[in-house]
Design a protein around this ligand. Structure first.
Ligand code: AP5
Length: 255
């Protein structure tokens, strides 16, 4: 399978007034997927591997909020300023803020290259709203990939995570460090530890996941969209397990 040039996701990260650098050309098979799973299970890592295979854009709501963090305070709307405070504590940003951000970026859901939604939906209200928005845009989800991993392994992944402030590439110390300490291999941006990866904040994020996001497993199971994948093993092993499941789905005709 040919690899694709990754899009810079400008329209997603900074809003619809910006144009993407490499808008995906329509692939043979368009995938529209949601990535579900607890914080730190490896959704972002899988998304960046999947993007190369399927050509779709990685639409992470967390990345939009983190991109807003580097904007000048005077350029931030009051809702976005408030969102950053929720994020710092590991709390969910209010549904109304997340939904208006998504509405603004609905064009990304219609993109001919498809999408990988990561970190959205996170509540049943968000899942209901996504269902409505996709219906309005005559777009259908292919699957919801639900990544599963024991909690002790998740905590180890989060405590070692490092992220590029510029291109958002994800590393792990000591398992997958950048070649030069503190510098991104891809864009030479600065690598940092996320504020919300501190142990006490991670605990809060896990509790919130169990309370607010885990019910989506049942929500999507009822709609026959749920595909559970074990996130145990190397990123490549998890990617191959994911790809196997997608290949299986691809043998079903698309409508
Ligand atoms: P968000 O950015 O979505 O964070 P998250 O869901 O908590 O997920 P993470 O990014 O922490 O983890 P991940 O599963 O992507 O793992 P990764 O691939 O990095 O959201 C952040 C915040 O934004 C929220 O808390 C909330 O405040 C707000 N927010 C966002 N969306 C919202 C919404 N819809 N509603 C309300 N609020 C919202 O991997 C983790 C580490 O493990 C890395 O170091 C990686 O290198 C390593 N790793 C990955 N895979 C493997 C593997 N197979 N083996 C070994 N190591 C691995």
């Amino acid at each position: 399978m040919a690899t694709c040039v990754a899009n810079d996701r400008a329209a997603w990260l900074t809003g619809p007034r910006t144009t993407c650098s490499h808008p995906p050309s329509a692939p043979t098979r368009v995938w529209r997927l949601v990535l579900l799973g607890p914080p730190g299970v490896g959704k972002g890592t899988q998304a960046s591997l999947l993007v190369n295979r399927i050509g779709a854009c990685h639409l992470s709501t967390g990345d939009v909020f983190r991109a807003a963090k580097s904007m000048k305070a005077c350029d931030l709307s009051p809702a976005m300023r408030q969102a950053l405070e929720y994020m710092k504590r590991g709390d969910l940003v209010p549904d109304s803020t997340v939904l208006s951000m998504l509405q603004e970026r609905a064009g990304c859901l219609r993109c001919s290259g498809g999408f990988l939604l990561d970190g959205f939906p996170r509540t049943v209200a968000q899942a209901d709203a996504l269902e409505k928005l996709l219906d309005e845009n005559q777009v259908k989800l292919d699957a919801v990939l639900n990544y599963d991993l024991p909690i002790d392994q998740i905590v180890a992944r989060l405590s070692g995570r490092r992220t590029c402030t510029s291109c958002k590439a994800v590393y792990h110390v000591p398992n997958n460090p950048p070649k030069v300490e503190g510098v991104c291999d891809t864009c030479h941006g600065k690598i940092i530890q996320r504020e919300d990866d501190k142990p006490e904040i991670v605990r809060n994020r896990m509790e919130i996941y169990n309370r607010s996001t885990a019910p989506l497993i049942d929500f999507y199971e009822k709609r026959k969209l749920l595909v559970t994948v074990s996130a145990d093993g190397s990123p490549e092993k998890v990617m191959n397990a994911t790809w196997q499941q997608l290949t299986h789905l691809a043998s079903d005709p698309q409508d």
